[in-house]
Design a protein around this ligand. Sequence first.
Ligand SMILES: *Cc1c(COP(=O)(O)O)cnc(C)c1O
Length: 399
Amino acid sequence: MNINLVRARADTPGVKYVAHLNNAGASLAPKPVIDAVMGHLRLESELGPYEAAERARVAVERGHSALADLLNCHSDEIAMFESATRAWGAALSSIALGPGDRVLISPMEYGSSYLSFLHLARRTGVQLEVLPVDADGLVDVAELRDHIDERVKLIAMTHVPMHDGLIYPVAAIGRVAREHGITYLVDASQSIGQLPVDVRQIGCDMLVGCGRKFLRGPRGTGFLYARREFAEQLSPGTVGLDGVEWDGVGYRFAPAARRFDTWETNCATRIGLGVAVDYALSWGIENTWHRIRELAAGLRVDLASIPGITVEDRGRERCGTIALTVHGQAAELVRAELQRAGINTWVCLSNAACVDMRRRGISSLLRVSVHYYNSAEELARLCTVLESLTVGPALKVAS
Ligand SMILES: *Cc1c(COP(=O)(O)O)cnc(C)c1O
């Protein structure tokens, strides 16, 4: 089914002010999400925050069950965090790993995720190994098998990286992990809300994501999925009321992923996340994905036809994120020019996608990321401004 663009844009107040092509950073929120968050803040100010939470209990809880619907899992397999980085850290610190254990990752890990692994290696003595990739930037599944022995205890993959349109074959890698009984962790921060993410089909033990990117939820929201039987063995680094069953003497962890929950939370943003997921489900992820792919594929062709612009992203199948370099122009200055023209994009620096960008010798990329609510006119405007920059003199920092 096609996306009704008129309705999508009418639901998105921000499109009146800006052509937002920074959806991989954080999307413009739709009206139902804005209303839910602001409505709850108002309720807190009128009833008292605890009293407002009691009144809104069902809406606060909906975050868990809505994500479960989206990911094809149970609501007790979901834990909430204020970012994907927090969820990632909680996941890594709850797995039993020790000196000599091998951890295999791809070079596409987000900077903070990679740092978490460096930290894990320092804390526990695990051996971190970055897998080689093919010309399309992908980990080769046959090659992955060659790296496996009984010391490999964890495989971690990023579904879609923050700096490139490529999509990782996470389900094929999941099959290898399962064959060998290796714990499998997936970073879906960029794919969630953009393309179908089904944890059963991927076959992962854990998966993290955030709310503000393609899900169009509030900032400061993230989540962890942990498969029920797997989660029962996890020992969280933080425990608190809500994460345990506690009789005043002894305690037991709450079922599955609920053991990661703590009592205090930002109710307004959690409600907003649940609404964002329901809103995404109402459009249909398949429909969203179809439109994003179509818009991005057309835009890649248009951008590549502009002399001086190189589309840098790889992959056999690509998503709504496009990475560019503009010959002779610094990405930061191009972004500033675009922003002046009312077009939001972003610059990926090599410390955010450390391994891959450093390996390729790229220090910065201009990132353009489209969502289903973007219009053809916005994309044409982007191309016009970029075209004018490639023929002009090199941009300079305003003094
Ligand atoms: C944004 C991002 C993260 C981190 O998410 P936060 O919510 O900012 O912590 C992790 N991985 C990828 C691929 C991302 O794009």
